[in-house]
Design a protein. Structure first.
Length: 291
């Protein structure tokens, strides 16, 4: 278990390095200003794969900019499932990424955060931006800041997955801010309830090989909502490494769930090795798709 990562994140938020980095991001808004700061390019965000607080892509997503926060401490809806399986706890091992997450959190506390975010994103040509590869909406005001940034950039799509279910209830969310609900064996009933109120976005669920008993949560989601369920594959280091036969898993789902199983969509990158999110676009278009 790597829960020291959570303690490290809390320590970094209080560090002088994170504070100064956040101040530099707030002060700048372009590559030249960032390059003139005393920070190394990979930390301040200058070059092919960054622009300030935004990192441009990873292996799964392809070249989609994303904004991340420290794990767990910014996730008020986290569950025991997160502490055991969270990708951001167990798979993000780069110290610069940890510092950048801490600085991003401090930046997000500023009243002018929507201005700062829009300033950087307006310089990026990418059509979509992902929120929270790590982290989540930690309070209502922070959610409202992203909603404001999305309104200022109506030509861009902002998308994310959240367990902060209580925070998004009743929120004024613009159409180009796409929020998918993240369900697991501990919060699936609440996720179903919130989706029935919102009636937008997918419900996502992480499948762990060998733990078919968790599929009862999937059954509840299908029986109690009309949502499309996007199934991800648990691939953190200590997850079971059993080979997943997708065709066989589909058959088991049909046998157990009946016709409702047709609303389960397998993440193509994780179950089939491609395409990346940039090509797939399933999570950041307005209509559901199947594979």
């Amino acid at each position: 278990m790597r829960l020291w990562r959570v303690e490290e994140a809390e320590r970094l938020v209080k560090s002088e390095l994170a504070r100064e980095l956040a101040e530099a991001w707030a002060r700048c808004g372009d590559e030249q200003c960032l390059a003139d700061t005393p920070f190394e390019p990979e930390l301040v965000g200058v070059g092919r794969w960054w622009l300030g607080p935004f990192t441009i892509g990873n292996r799964k997503m392809g070249e989609i900019p994303f904004f991340s926060l420290p794990p767990v401490s910014t996730c008020p809806g986290h569950t025991p499932f997160c502490l055991r399986w969270c990708y951001a706890i167990y798979e993000i091992a780069n110290w610069r990424a940890h510092v950048r997450e801490a600085a991003a959190y401090l930046l997000s506390l500023r009243d002018d955060f929507p201005d700062v975010a829009a300033r950087y994103l307006s310089r990026l040509p990418h059509p979509a931006v992902r929120l929270h590869v790590s982290g989540d909406f930690y309070d209502r005001r922070y959610l409202e800041k992203w909603a404001e940034a999305a309104r200022r950039l109506p030509h861009k799509i902002f998308y994310t997955y959240t367990k902060s279910l209580r925070l998004i209830r009743g929120a004024d969310i613009p159409k180009n801010l796409i929020i998918h609900l993240s369900a697991d064996p501990f919060n699936y009933a609440e996720a179903a309830e919130v989706w029935r109120e919102l009636r937008r976005g997918f419900i996502t669920f992480v499948y762990t090989p060998g733990r078919d008993e968790e599929l009862q949560a999937l059954q509840h989601l299908l029986e109690n909502t009309e949502a499309t369920i996007l199934l991800f594959l648990n691939h953190v280091q200590h997850a079971p490494r059993a080979r997943v036969d997708v065709a066989q898993l589909r058959r088991r789902l049909r046998e157990r769930l009946g016709p409702a199983a047709s609303r389960v969509v397998f993440d193509p990158e994780e179950f089939a090795g491609g395409p990346q999110c940039l090509q797939c676009r399933l999570c950041w278009i307005y209509r559901p798709a199947t594979f």
